[in-house]
Design a protein around this ligand. Structure first.
Ligand SMILES: Nc1nc2c(ncn2[C@@H]2O[C@H](COP(=O)(O)OP(=O)(O)OP(=O)(O)O)[C@@H](O)[C@H]2O)c(=O)[nH]1
Ligand SMILES: [Mg+2]
Length: 515
């Protein structure tokens, strides 16, 4: 997602590398940034204001020796994007007693029903609540069934009642929730192609009868400015408390994510990043800004990993890595864990330094499936000892998996390379440990990025800046055609340097206290 915008912004910034900050550069660059945001389908008043803010911030910056225009703009744009999309707000106004009511609204096909299911899952898993889903969409005959299927999948009760109007169904649901001891009620309402009076009237009646604690507008990020315009219309008739952006995993250009908060004045609470029920993320504007600038989102990746990855299995994996007998079978189970986290494209977009390139990579989205099918058509012995896989075995495996022989060859070659890399990898427990390591590194860096008072935007060579790629990601076997791992290009200050810097800082403070 947002690939085009990321590419444009990273291109703008890298064109400024080594250049001095002058008024001319500032003028030219803020104009280019404006164009990039408009191409991403952000709304014009938002973009104009953004351009003005970036320009003012750039003009107000004290020119520091060693900081080039690229570094400075990266920092300014990141801060302004964070501001534009913020604040961080995924709190729910829980009722002190009785069931909290959540009303979902939005246009047809925006993802309301799916998001109801995702929220039910999120409330139960993360907030330890007992949710109830309410089928108040009586427009489409299949709508109730769709919600019931979600309820069955999640093992969450679904309330519906024939012969009632949608507001009556919602009202009846309040009583049912009390009886079934559910403490959060999610109302799935009907969508319309366009905002119309009848729809708004129905939603208002539902709101009158149920007094919702949260009223969310579900906004399809793929529809860009249109989504924002309807959000505005909804927020005029209904008292919205927040927005949920869906389909951010798709080819959304970013316009909706950039403009919806500014236009409606309502915070983006959650984002939908896939069709499955676990693909709902809390919205973090700073992480989104970082992704838009191609700087990845390691913290978000770790969050997701923590939810889906089995730590016990990872601990066992670590043992194996330490003994250096990581086999293709182990690789397969790691792969399955990765698959649980999301599509390869989406995951790679979280890796610092890769954001802008993901769209150009030759990724079809089914790489993990291909690798899985190849390993599955190997015998147990072959998975344990890949070195016994000779040419005739390779042919058999390829035929069994329905893939060309080269695919098998590539996989084995890359697996061998990866085993080599695992040697350097083994101190950290598998993928999860690696990610954790990266997060710690990133957090350490973030702290550093804000030295006493934090007045200096974009210190030279600081991580998070373009080129500051923390460490090296293992190449994923089966993934050909890409630019490869980001490598070690200018990895920011080393641990030793950071320690030294902190020590100097402590001494400096001590001295100034003595004075
Ligand atoms: N890729 C992706 N697809 C999504 C996401 N959220 C919803 N969808 C898909 O969008 C389509 C519409 O979703 P629904 O939940 O039925 O939308 P709705 O708003 O309830 O639609 P109506 O009830 O007809 O108004 C479905 O195919 C969903 O799988 C998301 O975050 N990512
Ligand atoms: Mg629906």
């Amino acid at each position: 997602m947002l690939g085009g915008l990321t590419k444009r912004l990273t291109d703008i910034v890298s064109g400024l590398r080594g250049r001095k900050i002058t008024e001319e550069v500032i003028k030219e660059t803020s104009r280019e940034i404006r164009r990039a945001l408009l191409e991403a389908d952000a709304s014009l008043p938002v973009v104009k204001d953004f351009e003005k803010r970036v320009r003012e911030a750039a003009l107000g910056v004290e020119v520091i020796e060693g900081v080039d225009a690229g570094q400075m703009f990266t920092k300014i744009v990141q801060d302004e994007l964070t501001d534009l999309m913020g604040p961080v707000d995924h709190e729910i106004a829980w009722k002190k007693s009785g069931a909290t009511v959540i009303l979902m609204s939005g246009l047809q096909g925006s993802g309301k029903t799916t998001t109801c299911g995702k929220l039910a899952r999120y409330f139960r898993e993360r907030k330890k609540k007992r949710p109830m889903l309410v089928a108040a969409d009586l427009q489409r005959p299949a709508a109730i069934e769709q919600l019931k299927v979600l309820g069955r999948q999640l093992d969450v009760p679904v309330f519906h009642q024939e012969g009632l109007t949608p507001p009556q169904v919602c009202e009846a649901a309040l009583g049912a929730a009390r009886e079934q001891k559910c403490d959060v009620i999610i109302l799935d309402t009907a969508g319309r192609l366009h905002v119309d009076d009848q729809l708004m009237g129905e939603l208002k009646q539902i709101a009158d009868k149920t007094k919702p604690d949260e009223t969310f507008f579900v906004c399809d990020a793929m529809t860009g400015q249109d989504a924002v315009r309807s959000a505005e219309a909804f927020s005029k008739s209904l008292e919205l408390s927040g927005v949920i952006l869906t389909k951010l995993d798709g080819d959304a250009r970013g316009g909706a994510a950039l403009s919806v908060k500014a236009i409606t004045g309502k915070p983006v609470k959650f984002v939908g990043v896939g069709e499955k029920l676990d693909r709902l993320d809390e919205f973090h504007p700073d992480r989104m800004a970082s992704r838009i600038l191609g700087m990845g989102d390691v913290v978000g990746l770790v969050d997701r990993a923590q939810q889906v990855i089995d730590e016990k299995e990872q601990a066992e994996m670590q043992e194996k890595l330490l003994e250096a007998n990581f086999t293709l079978q182990d690789f397969l189970s790691q792969l399955r864990q990765i698959k649980k986290m999301g599509s390869l494209k989406d995951l790679l977009a979280h890796i610092p330094g890769l954001g802008g390139q993901v769209d150009q990579m030759d990724i079809q989205g089914d790489e993990l499936v291909i690798v899985e099918s190849i390993i599955q058509s190997m015998t147990a012995k072959e998975r344990q000892r890949p070195e016994i896989i000779n040419t005739s075995r390779r042919r058999r495996i390829a035929a069994g998996a329905g893939r060309p022989l080269e695919a098998v060859n590539d996989l084995l070659k890359q697996f061998k390379q990866m085993q080599g890399m695992m040697q350097g990898f083994k101190k950290q427990s598998g993928l999860f440990g690696k990610l954790k390591g990266m997060r710690d590194m990133k957090q350490g860096m973030d702290q550093m990025q804000d030295p006493a008072g934090g007045g200096v935007p974009g210190m030279p060579g600081l991580p998070g800046m373009p080129g500051g790629v923390p460490g090296e990601m293992p190449q994923i076997p089966g993934l050909g055609g890409g630019p490869g791992a980001p490598g070690k290009a200018k990895a920011g200050p080393s641990k030793e340097e950071r320690r030294k810097k902190r020590k100097q800082e402590r001494q400096r403070r001590k001295k100034s206290r003595r004075r």
